[in-house]
Design a binder for this molecule. Sequence first.
Ligand code: PMP
Length: 445
Amino acid sequence: MNAHSNSSGQNSKVFHRQLRSGLPVAVGGRGVELIDAAGKRYIDASGGAAVSCLGHGHPDVIAAMHEQLDRLAYAHTSFFTTEVAEELAELLIDSAPDGMSHVYFVSGGSEAVEAALKMARQYFVEIGQPQRRHFIARRQSYHGNTLGALAVGGNAWRREQFKPLLMDVTHVSPCYEYRDCRADETPEQYGQRLVAELSEAIDQLGGENVMAFVAETIGGATAGVLTPVPGYFKGVRELCDRHGILLILDEVMCGMGRSGTLHACEQEGVVPDLLTIAKGLGGGYQPIGAVLAQAKLVDAFRQGSGLFQHGHTYLGHAVACAAALAVQRVIIRDDLLHQVRTRGAALQALLKARFGDHPHVGDIRGRGLFWGVELVAERGSKQWFNPARKLHARIKSEAMVEGLMVYPMSGTVDGVRGDHILLAPPFIASEDELAQIVHRLGSAV
Ligand code: PMP
């Protein structure tokens, strides 16, 4: 075997350099399970990081990728488009919210967010409003790790060491009903209060100076799953429209069926100007992401400088598009969005039955097959555990011992950290497998 070969995962020298100490070596995956080098099986209850929507080793996806590889792996987008890229684009546009007429492929979530931020900027330059330089985003949000995505991301701790970042960003409150909705207000009134806070932030910057409001439709990787309250996004959309501000919804994690509808924003009754997707788009079979855009943006580029001034070498990679196309076709053929809703309801019931009375579980929230469990030291005060105990990380480790993958998160509110566990199992998980997930999580907790 030469130095580059890693067939059967046997070249331990190559593997060793990549290993983080102490992690098991994944050597296989079938259905909802991953298998390590010692033969131990783990139920993938987090879909990695909300990625593996069809689970592992799906034969239809593998066949489609093989077929594409046999035909053509790579053609640079400045010379060619490919059939698979065009077919995937068509499928995504056909199923996109009304008015979203264009798709721009990238290789992952951060790239999608980065591209969306730049589209917003270029749009305003092209239409003669270059003074719009500010983004407004939310605290307790995650949009990726590249510099622009980091700048709009709401975790101050992640941003701190990389300052000064490239962009003007103001952060406002996210929708965090469990902690922030007051006892004397309804969820709808709470949503209106958040919209009023956003309105104030816009007024302070001057509405004519703001490019876009950036938000995850359902918050994911920083503070557990944060679901929006009724009416909140409608209020946000109206406010953006009033000031000519673009609405960028980041559905890298919560999108592509995870919430029970293809796009989570469908349940909010709003259409963004730009929508970022990734993770479940390719289901982990290949890295791929995309930005869906309203026609007005692309028209502005065409009438202005001609093109969106952006690009990466692997945009629309043919094998990545083939994988994503196959994943999305399986979801349609097997009516998996319906399954996400019914299995999601089953998972919710299982979680509530197991943890509803648990003294250290403050909140269980989610949509579809996207659930967060928030841990607290004391339910009455909602006080978090001492962060030094790193409870979320310990639960992740205990779960691995139990043969379960859950995604640990440490949210931050005003510098105080909390412990959350994220569940995002494959859409194909059976009710028995969901029951196993909750059982093993119970043992780990
Ligand atoms: N946006 C959101 C909402 C995410 O959850 C993530 C990843 N967790 C990203 C962007 C970044 O995606 P990637 O890691 O593929 O760059």
